[in-house]
Write a protein that binds this ligand. Structure first.
Ligand SMILES: C[S@@+](CC[C@H](N)C(=O)[O-])C[C@H]1O[C@@H](n2cnc3c(N)ncnc32)[C@H](O)[C@@H]1O
Length: 208
């Protein structure tokens, strides 16, 4: 069985183009069989994009797939964009799509942060559910370790995908986790660590 995060060029047989109207612009995304959400831009990713507060600085689109989150945000905000994925084919599409939409992106083929050095002001993640909890939790931990002081990690989590365990994990890792969007079982959560150590203000334990 082929999962979207497993690199398998054999399944790439039908390139297609998706359109996205966002922030007053028409963006185009090339994609192909075997990539995550290749027929339709993922609703959870769109929810994440539309609900971020203004961002700036060094930005990492972790697990970027064919690049929607980082490219859409780079059209709106003054960010220095890095995009990474374990799937090299997805990454090739992210690179093509950045070019197609006039965005500059530094793409890195990496399992988690294995090949990513340096730190970021903002990291976003629509987690790879099918990769399993061990991988997802590692990505949360590594993200925390690669945030600049004052930086934020934004994650979109869906209740139907077992959000409770992810929420428990991010609350263990970060001092502060705030739900900034919550509707129909989809949550966008901003996590950060304050520079001075203080009382934990975990606010996401209940997704009710
Ligand atoms: C749910 S998809 C989101 C894709 C893209 N951000 C989007 O919104 O369309 C998760 C992505 O994480 C990638 N991924 C899975 N395991 C990974 C790992 N260990 N390190 C980096 N990326 C990973 C998958 O290849 C996939 O592209």
């Amino acid at each position: 069985m082929s999962h979207y995060f497993v690199e398998n060029p054999d399944v790439l047989t039908r390139e297609r183009e998706l359109e996205l109207e966002i922030f007053g612009e028409k963006l185009r995304f090339l994609t192909n069989n075997g990539l995550f959400s290749c027929d339709k831009i993922d609703e959870a990713s769109l929810t994440l994009i539309k609900n971020l507060p203004p961002i700036t600085g060094a930005f990492l689109d972790l697990g970027c797939g064919y690049g929607v989150i980082g490219i859409a945000l780079a059209k709106k905000f003054p960010i220095a964009l890095t995009q990474s994925d374990i799937n090299g084919v997805a990454l090739e599409y992210a690179q093509k799509n950045a070019k197609l939409n006039g965005v500059s992106s530094n793409v890195i083929h990496s399992d988690g942060f294995e090949k990513i050095f340096g730190a970021f002001d903002v990291i976003t993640l629509n987690p790879p559910i099918h990769a399993g909890k061990e991988t997802m939790f590692r990505l949360y931990e590594e993200s925390a370790a690669h945030l600049r002081p004052g930086g934020s990690f934004f994650i979109v989590i869906q209740k139907k995908h077992g959000a409770e365990s992810s929420v428990k994990k991010i609350n263990e890792i970060f001092q502060t986790c705030n739900v900034i969007y919550k509707k129909k079982g989809v949550f966008v959560i901003e996590c950060y660590n304050t520079v001075t150590s203080g009382t934990q203000t975990n606010t996401t334990r209940s997704l009710g």
